[in-house]
Design a protein around this ligand. Structure first.
Ligand code: NDP
Length: 283
């Protein structure tokens, strides 16, 4: 066997901070499980160095990479094109090599929709979405493209909330409206899907609870949380106690990885293997 190949296809992530990002564990578990001799390299890149980092990835023939905070918008200037939802969302988290071109995609929302769809079909549903930051924006656009009928965006900052509502009404077929979040929010009884996409309850602030009246949740509602650390947030615990079906943030993270691996390698990765790799980290 003198056909050894010591040159492995490279992928990875550019972010700052990078040390607490568990994505590498999940992606490399999938590579190993599927016999893919690829690498995923977790790199810390400061904002001023992003252009050099992308040029470096090009020079070294990287097959693709993820961008996380704070690069999701800034990276667009260094790419050659955008996929449809990345264009509408205005942010990129997955870069895919197409020949010599680097194309930006956004899998944040698509990962969420894939995880949610294991429990409920979003088509025609009525949604309440808490949050209007980067994650919420991606989730809102992708839920709209998946055919939800109505989205109520509930956010502390009215300006940011209204911006997401305007984006949905202008660029997708969904009917969106803004609701202020100045007091405990009671979820309307005709809601099918409740999505929490703020950072309230994220590690290390795990005792924090978004200001939602959990007595307004009914067993007919599906409740999803974007927070993956911890996977079982206080909100999801309360929703389970009310008899709701729930979807945790690990599902969103895993399904984003599945989509990324499919883009880069063409392989349909096993989400169970990737979820287990994250659970083994004991977040
Ligand atoms: P942003 O900073 O862009 O947005 C933060 C959001 O949280 C805003 O809507 C903000 O409201 C709201 N918020 C923050 N603090 C409070 C508070 N005390 N009370 C009410 N609202 C508050 O963050 P991202 O959108 O990037 O991330 C949000 C969450 O989503 C994080 O927990 C992140 O971990 C998670 N996420 C999960 C992913 C996954 O794969 N599971 C992927 C990406 C993100 P305001 O506009 O009023 O400031």
């Amino acid at each position: 066997t003198n056909h050894m190949n010591f040159l492995l296809p490279l992928t990875g992530s550019f972010a700052q901070p990078a040390a607490e990002n568990p994505t590498v564990a999940m992606i490399e578990a999938a590579f190993a499980h599927h016999g893919l001799d690829w690498r995923y390299i977790n790199v810390e890149v400061a904002p001023d160095d992003l252009g050099d980092a992308v040029r470096g990835a090009r020079a070294m023939g990287w097959r693709g990479f993820n961008c996380s905070i704070p690069h999701k918008v800034a990276v667009i200037d260094h790419l050659d094109g955008l996929g449809k939802s990345a264009e509408i969302i205005g942010a990129v988290n997955t870069i895919v090599r197409d020949g010599d071109r680097l194309i930006g995609e956004n899998t944040d929302g698509r990962g969420f929709v894939a995880a949610l769809s294991e429990v409920v079909d979003p088509k025609g549903k009525s949604v309440v979405l808490f949050g209007a930051g980067g994650a919420a924006r991606a989730v809102a656009v992708e839920m709209a493209l998946a055919g939800v009928a109505r989205i109520t965006v509930v956010n502390r900052s009215a300006k940011r909330g209204q911006a997401v509502v305007d984006l949905l009404n202008d660029q997708t077929p969904t009917q969106a409206e803004y609701a202020p979040w100045t007091q405990t929010f009671s979820v309307p009884q005709d809601t099918d899907i409740v999505i929490h996409a703020t950072s309230v309850g994220l590690y290390p602030d795990v005792e924090a609870m978004p200001d939602i009246d959990t007595d307004s949740l009914t067993p007919a509602m599906v409740v999803a949380d974007g927070i993956h650390n911890p996977p079982l947030t206080r909100l999801l615990q309360a929703a389970e106690a009310r008899g709701c079906q729930t979807v945790d943030g690990l599902g969103m993270l895993v399904q984003q990885g599945v989509i990324g691996i499919k883009y880069w390698t063409g392989v349909e990765a096993d989400p169970q293997v990737m979820r287990q790799a994250l659970l083994d980290l004991d977040l």
